[in-house]
Every structure is written in C-alpha cells, then in structure tokens.
Design a protein. Structure first.
Length: 319
C-alpha cells in the first residue's frame, strides 16, 4: 500500500491572552490509501484540530503534512484550492454545514458547478440523482430542504456533497455522534460501502472507542494533544497497553452478556487537564492509576512495543 497522507510531528499551538494552548503537540501518523484510521479521545484532546490542520483550515505551528506526496504546510492559497478538493470533511452536525435556504439538490450540485466537475445543468441534475442513490436517498429528496429531513438523512446529504468532489481522503469528524444508535450503524455501513466502491481513505474522528471499532483498520488514541497509543484494530481492542486506552475501553459495552457481566470499569479520577497548562512529564500522570515518580517529570515517547503497535508510556511493557 502507498501512504496517501503522512503527518509528521504536527504541532498546533494557539496563542491566547493567558498563554499558549498546546492543542496538538507532536502528532505523527500515516494513512495508507483505502485505509481507515480511527482517531479517538475525549473532548479537547486535539483530534478535531488535527483534522483541521490536515484540511488546512488551520495552519500548523510546525511539522509536516504530506498528502499524495505534496507538502501542504507550505502551499499558497491557490495551490491549496486544488488540493482541498481531494480532501473532504463530514461533520458531526450536518445541519449547521448545509445551507438551510438551498434544496438538497442545490446543495449537492453547488460544488459540481463551482469546481467545474460536471458542466451543464442537465448533466449536474443527473449526477445529483446518482449521488443521492449512492447514499441511499431518493431522487425526490433533491427537492427537499434540510429541515424537512431526519438527522440520518441530513448526514447522507453531507456525505453526498463530500462525494460530489470526488475526494481521495474524507475526514469524518464525529459523523455519527449526534445520531440514534440504530442510525449510527446505518451511516457507518454506508461509509464502508462507499469506501470499497470508490477506494476512499478515511480519518474517522470519534470520542469513544465503541464507534470506531467496526470501521477502523487502525486506531490512534489521543490524550491532551499527543498520541497515547496506536495499533491495528485487533491489537488495540484485545491487547491495549496504555492505561488511558484501557480506561477508555473499559467503558465500551461487550456484546457477549457473560463477558459484559465481568467487565470492570476503570474510572479515571479528575478531569482532562487544560492544554493551556498541561502537566509536566507524562501528561496523563495526574489521572493515571499506575503512575510512578518518573512519570511526573519524564515525557514518554511513542515507541513500538511490537511492529506497528506504539504506546507512549514508561511502563507499557508491564502495564
Ligand atoms: Fe501512566 Fe506513567 Fe505510563 Fe504516563 S508514563 S501512562 S503516567 S504509567
């Protein structure tokens, strides 16, 4: 497989009146073509900012973002315009990203016209119809307005609009978090079907490990601007080594009733500290159930325990 996206030592700091918010603090990962990487962590861990930096909606403070072999962080606005088309985003709340005064048909046709992807209104109408059917909607939905549709249908419109741009990478930013559980599964299945049909690559951002389990090939767990652990799906769920991953996983219900009875919840004390003033040493140490003195002053690096399974924890071998 070829790397479609390579993020190296990405840093995004925001200056605020009280100091520096270290939203993303040295994140590295790569994404192969056709792969799905789940990026998971609690609110404020930097996962959405990471996605926004990749999309160039935020300019990185430092680090490198290679997309299809091109360094994005040094491109100017006109060069970025062409690249952006290949990277689309699906948001948690499609309602806020869909123009309420436009019909669904107009919403999907707009990028086709603006980017000159399909010329002529008849050809665009046909493409809109095709895109609607690919996302499980009917031609008649083209005449509806976003407020006339359910949350799941609106998310399908958001997906159709993203697909209209013929992207190679889609950043799915909590795309099912606002939906009922039954609808969540339908949208995830749809994303999987579209991935195999169009060879799409996904960065799937979510706040819990349950949501990304089905769709991810690999999972990266973020905590306070850094990757705590990263591995293929099976390894993360069967053999997590970072105490934070273990705590997140302990909150995920197990389908097997017998195992579910035995599931032990690891409840972390305290709140996620502010990225304005992150803890010294391992940023997780104030909440870590197994922290030792070393953790308070020495920053653990993300290192491979086995090939492809990295954890940023001094005690990962024995944790
Ligand atoms: Fe816990 Fe220390 Fe490992 Fe951090 S480095 S996760 S504080 S044991």
């Amino acid at each position: 497989m070829t790397a479609l996206l390579e993020v190296k030592n990405l840093v995004k700091h925001f200056e605020v009146s009280r100091g520096l918010v270290r939203a993303v603090d040295g994140v590295s990962f790569s994404l192969e073509k056709g792969e799905t990487l789940g990026l998971v962590g609690e609110s404020g861990c930097g996962k959405t900012t990471t996605g926004r930096c990749i999309l160039q909606l935020e300019r990185a403070t430092s680090g490198s973002i290679l997309f299809e072999g091109r360094e994005l962080t040094t491109l100017d606005q006109s060069e970025l315009r062409a690249v952006r088309r290949k990277m689309q985003v699906i948001f948690q709340d499609p309602y806020s990203s869909l123009n309420p005064r436009m019909t669904v048909g107009q919403i999907i046709a707009e990028p086709l016209a603006v980017h000159g992807i399909v010329r002529g209104s008849a050809a665009r109408a046909a493409r809109v119809k095709d895109l609607l059917s690919r996302v499980g909607l009917l031609p008649a939905h083209a005449r509806r307005y976003p407020h006339e549709m359910s949350g799941g249908q609106r998310q399908r419109v958001g997906i159709a609009r993203a697909l209209a741009m013929e992207p190679s990478l889609i950043i799915c930013d909590e795309p099912v978090s606002a939906l009922d559980v039954s609808i969540q599964a339908q949208i995830i299945n749809l994303l999987e079907d579209l991935q195999s049909e169009f060879g799409l690559t996904y960065l799937f951002i979510a706040h819990d490990l349950a949501v990304v389990r089905h769709i991810s090939d690999r999972v990266a767990v973020m905590y306070l601007g850094k990757i705590a652990e990263m591995a293929d799906r099976k390894t993360i769920y069967d053999n997590p080594r970072h105490p934070y991953t273990k705590a997140l996983l302990s909150a995920v219900p197990i389908p097997d009733p017998e195992l579910e009875m035995k599931r032990e919840r690891i409840v972390l004390g305290g709140e996620v500290p502010s990225p304005l003033n992150p803890p010294s040493g391992c940023v997780f140490h104030p909440r870590c159930p197994i922290a030792v003195e070393r953790c308070t002053h020495e920053i653990p690096v993300l290192r491979d325990l086995t090939p492809g399974h990295g954890a940023a924890c001094h005690l990962a071998e024995i944790a």
